[in-house]
Design a protein around this ligand. Structure first.
Ligand code: AMP
Ligand code: FES
Ligand code: ZN
Length: 308
C-alpha cells in the first residue's frame, strides 16, 4: 500500500507518475501551491507588491490558478476578470461559478458582458463563414477583451490558466506545422504589446491538466459542470492525444517537450524577428495590420446582423 511521500500517511489521493510520488490530500494541495509559487519566481512573473489580474473562466484551470495564487502569495493584490460570452446556459453557469469562487476568496471581480458591451454574442458567429471555427474566433475576441479589461481594472500583470498540457500540445503543433510565430504567444512571460498594457503570465505552465482538476476537487472549489457547446475535438486535441500516448511510455514526456521548447524559443525568436506593429485604425490597439483581427471579426458579425 502506498504512503504519502511527504508526511508518511497512508491515505494517498494522488499519484504523480513523472515523479513516482504518492501524496495525501493535504500534501498534494501544498505541493501544488508550492509549484505555482516556484513557477512564478522562476520566470519572474510578478512581485508580491504588484496588482495581478487573473482571467477566470469558471473552468478547473483558472479556478485552481486564482485559488493557488491567493495561497502562495497572501499579500498579493488579485483581481478576477471574467468574460461572459453570451453562450446560452453555458456562459451564465460559468459566471455563477466564478462569482461563488471569488466571493469565498474575497477577491474583487470584473465582468465583461459581451452582449451588453458589444451588442452581439459568440453565438452570432454561427451566422458567418466562421461557424466551424467558433473556438478560434472566441480566442481572438477573448485576447482583445483581456487587454481592455486589464486597462479597466488597472492591473500591470494578467495571468491565465494555460496548463502544461495546453502548452506542450501547442508546442508539438508548432513543430509539426512549422507555424513558429505562434510560439511566442505561449511563452510563460509575455511583455506588454505597448506602453500601459499588461504583461501576460502563465503560472500553470508546469501544472498538468489532471492535477488542476484534482486541486479543484480536493480544495472543494466551485467549478463549471457544463462543457462549452462549441468545444471542438479537432486541431490541438489531436496533439493532446499524441502527448497522452507518449506519456504512457515516459510519464515525464510533457515536461521534456516544455523544457526543450523553452530552450529553443530565444533561438527561434532570433531567426524569426517579431513582426512590426502599427495601431489598428478602428480600436487603436497594437496590430500587424491596418485593421486588427478582432475588429475584422466584429465588422463581419455586425454586417451579418445588418443584412439579416
Ligand atoms: P482557453 O483558451 O479556453 O483554453 O482558456 C485559456 C485561459 O484563458 C483560461 O485558463 C482562463 O485563464 C482564460 N479564459 C478563458 N475563457 C475565459 C472567460 N470566459 N473569462 C475569463 N477568462 C477566460
Ligand atoms: Fe469560446 Fe467555447 S468558450 S467557443
Ligand atoms: Zn482593432
Amino acid at each position: 500500500m502506498p504512503y504519502c511521500r511527504m508526511c508518511g500517511s497512508g491515505t494517498v489521493i494522488a499519484y504523480l507518475p513523472y515523479a513516482k510520488m504518492s501524496l495525501c490530500q493535504k500534501c498534494f494541495l501544498e505541493f501544488y501551491v508550492r509549484r505555482v509559487k516556484n513557477t512564478v519566481e522562476e520566470f519572474k512573473m510578478f512581485r508580491e507588491d504588484d496588482v495581478v489580474g487573473v482571467a477566470v473562466s469558471g473552468g478547473k484551470d483558472s479556478s485552481a490558478l486564482i485559488h493557488s495564487l491567493s495561497k502562495a502569495f497572501p499579500k498579493l493584490e488579485l483581481k478576477a476578470l471574467h468574460i461572459n460570452l453570451g453562450i446560452p446556459e453555458y456562459s451564465d453557469h460559468c459566471e455563477s461559478r466564478v462569482r461563488l469562487l471569488v466571493k469565498s476568496l474575497d477577491i474583487e471581480l470584473y465582468v465583461f458582458d459581451v452582449k451588453k458591451r458589444l451588442g452581439f454574442t459568440i453565438e452570432d458567429f454561427m451566422k458567418t463563414r466562421f461557424k466551424r471555427k467558433i473556438c478560434s474566433i472566441c480566442g481572438t475576441i477573448k485576447r482583445h477583451i483581456f487587454e481592455e479589461m486589464a486597462l479597466e481594472a488597472n492591473v500591470r500583470v494578467l495571468a491565465t490558466g494555460h496548463n502544461l498540457d495546453d502548452i506542450a500540445s501547442v508546442m508539438l503543433n508548432t513543430f509539426f506545422n512549422g507555424n513558429w510565430s505562434q510560439l511566442t504567444r505561449i511563452k510563460p512571460l509575455l511583455p506588454p504589446l505597448a506602453e500601459n498594457m499588461a504583461y501576460k503570465v502563465k503560472p500553470l505552465i508546469r501544472s498538468p491538466e489532471k492535477e488542476n482538476l484534482l486541486y479543484c476537487l480536493y480544495g472543494e472549489l466551485p467549478i463549471r459542470s457544463l462543457g462549452c457547446p462549441h468545444a471542438s475535438q479537432t486541431g490541438i486535441r489531436k496533439y493532446m492525444q499524441l502527448l497522452e500516448r507518449f506519456s504512457e511510455e515516459d510519464p515525464g514526456f510533457k515536461y521534456i517537450i516544455l523544457n526543450r521548447f523553452l530552450e529553443l524559443i530565444p533561438m527561434i525568436e532570433n531567426v524569426f524577428p517579431k513582426p512590426e506593429l502599427t495601431r489598428c485604425r478602428l480600436c487603436n490597439f497594437p496590430s500587424t495590420n491596418e485593421i486588427c483581427s478582432y475588429c475584422k471579426r466584429i465588422l463581419l458579425v455586425k454586417q451579418k446582423d445588418a443584412s439579416a
